[in-house]
Design a protein around this ligand. Structure first.
Ligand code: CAA
Length: 247
């Protein structure tokens, strides 16, 4: 297999997790298309990546916007070819006790974390079916598997994401496409570091491994699941949380 020609699209690429996923897929030989929302941050990120020897192709789209995602996927198709690997990594938090949660904070999180998965999968799936090959990875969360105070919106989106994984997996299994979920625990990204230190430290105390995860540890699992050799793994949900939630 000539891996150099394989195209990977990573959403939310400029974040902590996205950056390491892009690097790892590039190390694996993929042409990496890096989706972003904010141009200033993305251009600085691309320059930083270049200085580290990585060449990523930037594509702007708000992933909660169906038509914007369609335009992005079409542009990638014209520039590089069809998407072989889709990593739905983009996500936001709007934490707060449910009794105070605004409709805006519900809509924002469902749009960015769940509707985005529909949008991206929907726009890449038919070309994958046509070519009888594809790898889709949905980056969910330990907080989609268990409960976390203040995250009704996030937990609903992240649990829903695995609902998409399971059904899309069986709809596409006979066509060389695999669809899997990764549910990371607490990883030292900006998103997690935004949690108040006293709350965060208490959460870390509950992780049996005794520390937060590393972004490169999540990227390693993405690499494993995107491999052509992982063809028999589909519809699965991989917990990677240092033992914080075992079931
Ligand atoms: N457990 C039980 N009760 C709690 C609580 C908790 N953890 N936190 C707050 N409360 C109580 C308060 O005492 C208060 O009670 P009263 O109404 O009786 O006074 C009530 O709940 C409301 O408290 P707040 O006004 O402080 O609530 P808030 O709306 O400001 O929200 C919070 C609090 C910001 C959500 C805080 O609990 C928090 O930061 N929790 C952590 C959330 C978290 O882990 N987010 C992860 C982000 S990273 C991520 O999501 C990545 C990933 O995938 C892992």
């Amino acid at each position: 297999m000539e891996k150099q020609k394989y195209i990977a699209l990573v959403t939310g690429a400029t974040g902590g997790l996205g950056t390491h996923i892009c690097k790892r897929l590039s190390d694996d030989g993929y042409v990496v298309c890096a989706n972003y929302r904010s141009r200033d941050k993305a251009e600085a990120w691309q320059a930083q990546m270049r200085s580290e020897g990585y060449e990523f192709h930037l594509y702007q789209a708000d992933v909660s916007d169906y038509d914007a995602v369609g335009a992005m996927v079409e542009a990638i198709h014209n520039d590089h070819g069809a998407v072989d690997v889709l990593v739905n990594n983009a996500g936001i938090t709007r934490d707060g006790a449910f009794k105070k949660m605004s409709r805006d904070n519900w809509d924002a999180v469902i749009g960015a974390n769940l509707t985005s998965v529909f949008n991206c999968c929907r726009h890449v799936i038919n070309p994958m079916l046509d070519r009888s090959y594809g790898r889709i990875i949905n980056i969910s969360s330990v907080n989609g598997q268990r409960a976390q105070f203040g995250q009704v919106n996030y937990a609903a989106a992240k649990a829903g994401m695995h609902g998409i994984t399971k059904t899309l997996a069986i709809e596409t299994a006979s066509k060389g496409i695999t669809v899997n979920t990764i549910s990371p625990g607490y990883v030292a990204t900006d998103m997690v570091m935004a949690v108040a230190p006293e709350v965060r430290n208490k959460i870390i105390e509950g992780i049996p491994v005794g520390r937060m995860g590393g972004t490169e540890e999540i990227a390693h699992l993405v690499s494993f699941l995107t491999s052509p050799h992982s063809a028999f793994i589909t519809g699965a949900n991989y917990a990677i949380n240092g033992g914080q939630h075992v079931y």
